[in-house]
Design a protein around this ligand. Structure first.
Ligand SMILES: *Cc1c(COP(=O)(O)O)cnc(C)c1O
Length: 219
């Protein structure tokens, strides 16, 4: 039975005995692998929108999986967690009006037949593989999938909001708090996130036929 994922993390560090500023003459490349469990429905996700500190800026490294993306969010994240929130939803640095992503996962908004996620072309959002897979599955199911600018106000009107990432899987959001106002999403009988989650994990586990060539069998 499928119980989780194997997270494979590469790490590259300059490892010569030198303190000067400059490209390292010697590097150590290491990889570590760690199993991650399933988190779907384990915790109710309650997000808070951060409207002062942006996560990433255009021209920066927000779009790649670099260590520089995490240390800037730790303070905001620790403060949010101390207040009882699960994670932080960041806004775009340029206008502070549009949603970008959560500290380590992508976000989707569902309204009627439309499944939207913030567009990644500014390089401020990490275009996760789970995000890409979920967009394809949603399109296959007949939803209208949009990558667009999503104003934070759209959250108030949404039927559902969910997060995606290898570590978090596909997780429905229970509530989002913005400027002190909390919007709660009602659990739905046949939610879009549930449908997408079932297919994604089914393909990963091999219980649904993979017609996309996403899975590789390792002997
Ligand atoms: C890892 C990560 C994601 C999700 O990417 P996946 O490839 O789906 O795991 C999204 N945003 C950030 C900032 C991340 O670090």
């Amino acid at each position: 039975m499928w119980k989780g994922s194997l997270y494979v993390r590469p790490l590259l560090i300059g490892s010569e005995a030198r303190l000067g500023l400059g490209p390292a003459p010697e590097y150590t490349f290491l990889l570590y692998a760690s199993p991650v469990g399933l988190s779907y429905h384990k915790n109710l996700i309650n997000l808070v929108v951060e409207d002062k500190v942006p996560r990433a800026t255009p021209g920066g490294t927000g779009g790649i999986k670099s260590v520089s993306n995490y240390s800037p969010v730790f303070k905001v994240l620790a403060e949010a967690k101390a207040k009882g929130f699960s994670d932080v939803l960041f806004l775009d640095a340029a206008t502070g009006k549009n949603i970008e992503e959560v500290s380590s996962c992508n976000i989707f908004v569902v309204k009627g037949n439309v499944v939207s996620t913030p567009a990644t072309h500014d390089g401020t959002i990490l275009a996760g593989i789970t995000r890409k897979s979920v967009m394809e599955i949603a399109a296959d199911l007949g939803y209208q999938v949009e990558e667009r600018v999503i104003p934070v106000d759209d959250l108030l009107e949404a039927d559902e909001v969910f997060c995606t990432g290898t570590a978090v899987g596909l997780n429905p959001v229970n509530s989002i708090t913005y400027q002190g106002k909390r919007t709660k999403y009602k659990p739905r009988e046949e939610s879009v996130s549930q449908k997408l989650h079932k297919i994604l994990t089914g393909i990963q586990a091999g219980s649904i036929k993979d017609k996309k060539g996403w899975t590789v069998i390792i002997d």
